[in-house]
Design a protein around this ligand. Structure first.
Ligand SMILES: [Zn+2]
Length: 407
């Protein structure tokens, strides 16, 4: 019986504690008055403010949220949002002021403190105050070591500064806090960062270090094209042409869609080795594996034309043109072959028929994340700073795929 009473007493104490905690959370003493924290969130100004926010109308959102904050005794979360809205408007100074004022508050809980610092870091980043932004994000991590947003922003800042070692270490921390399914993406990004570290070593002419870095990048992600490409280049500089060929051929094998990056390198290296025939063989293998591969056709066409076989070259180049009528390089190669043959009218007419509706530009690529357009392949998007998001932008007549989509 006594045990039962103790249990009841314990439960009552627990409930009382919870109630006091709830009240404490809801009310707060400000300038001698108890203020209901919920009032700000129940006010029509708060709801209106959020509605404007959703509709992306920043000025009225600021107005309503400011009123909601005044009614509710300036709750931290609303002032935090207001500061962020000023930043979005481009009023970075005002945003910094708002967020710095929050840091002066007493009794900030640890995670609240971290949130304020994170917002402040974003203000500094937006304003171009790189050192202060770095400092703010590092302070966030001091309070909240797993803060993903701080880590991501820190990584991007280091990348912008070309501080590849620091960017690499930050990405490792991001990877450590994630589960298995996300690891592949982390490995891919680490491979790009490791490749950048290798490129830095290359600039210092430290070839051994560079080769180690590129090999490590391949270890992280066997499909990383610039790692293979650079590994081949550095081996060539070290006088190891067989090793260079092996690295480039490995790229062809692992990422056939990027095989074309090795073409001029391999053509030259095979030639040096006295094994010129390996180059057209490689092109034909790629075309057989992927009939859409216009770049392998272009390479083969150019090679054949340079060997005096312009007729066969033209057949292959015309095939390539069907797959990508906008590639300027193809048109140039075709005209070279046509002039070598003294412009036979039948072939010139065939070309004119094939290209009637094409519009030209250089070598268009597009970022799949932000739609940024580039006239060449880039490994990191200069607009959204994501890694490996560029694909070729082709405007060719769609065949069966479109038929399946519309049916
Ligand atoms: Zn982008």
């Amino acid at each position: 019986m006594e045990g039962y009473a103790t249990l009841i007493a314990g439960l009552l104490a627990l409930l009382a504690g919870l109630a006091i905690g709830k009240a404490w959370e809801r009310y707060k003493l400000q300038e001698g008055r108890w203020i209901d924290r919920r009032r700000s969130r129940e006010s029509p100004h708060y709801i209106l403010g959020l509605n404007f926010l959703v509709a992306n109308q920043i000025d009225p959102a600021i107005e309503e949220l400011t009123r909601a904050a005044q009614i509710g005794g300036d709750p931290l979360e609303i002032r935090l949002i207001l500061g962020n809205l000023y930043r979005e408007k481009g009023q970075v100074g005002r945003a910094i002021q708002e967020h710095q004022a929050l840091l002066q508050r007493t009794n900030l809980r640890k995670l609240e403190h971290a949130s304020v610092l994170l917002c402040l870091g974003l203000d500094y980043k937006r304003g171009g105050f790189v050192d202060r932004a770095l400092e703010a994000f590092q302070e966030v991590l001091h309070l909240d070591p797993d803060n993903q947003y701080a880590l991501l922003n820190l990584e991007k800042l280091h990348e912008e500064q070309h501080q590849w070692d620091e960017a690499y270490a930050t990405r490792q921390k991001l990877a450590r806090r994630d589960e298995a399914p996300a690891q592949e993406r982390h490995q891919q990004i680490l491979a790009f960062l490791e490749t950048e570290r290798g490129t830095q070593a290359m600039k210092r002419a430290d070839h051994a270090e560079a080769a180690r870095r590129f090999a490590a990048a391949i270890e992280l992600d066997g499909g990383n094209p610039p790692a293979h490409l650079n590994l081949g280049d550095v081996r060539l500089l070290q006088g190891d042409s067989a090793g260079a060929i092996a690295a480039w051929e490995r790229l062809v094998e692992r990422s056939p869609d990027r095989a074309y990056l090795t073409f001029s390198r391999l053509e030259h290296a095979y030639e040096q080795l006295g094994a010129r025939e390996r180059y057209p063989e490689l092109c034909r293998r790629l075309i057989d594996a992927n009939p859409q591969d216009w770049r392998a056709r272009l390479a083969l066409g150019r090679h054949l034309s340079s060997q005096g076989n312009s007729r066969e070259a033209l057949t292959i180049l015309f095939d390539a043109l069907v797959h990508n009528p906008h590639a300027l390089a193809l048109h140039q190669a075709i005209w070279q072959s046509l002039s070598r043959l003294q412009l036979p009218p039948a072939l010139v007419n065939q070309y004119v028929d094939l290209t009637r509706d094409a519009i030209f530009y250089l070598d268009p690529h597009i970022c799949v994340r932000c739609r940024y357009r580039s006239t060449e392949l880039l490994w990191q998007c200069p607009h959204c700073h994501e890694w490996n998001t560029f694909i070729e932008e082709r405007i060719a007549p769609a065949k069966d795929t479109e038929a399946t989509l519309t049916s």
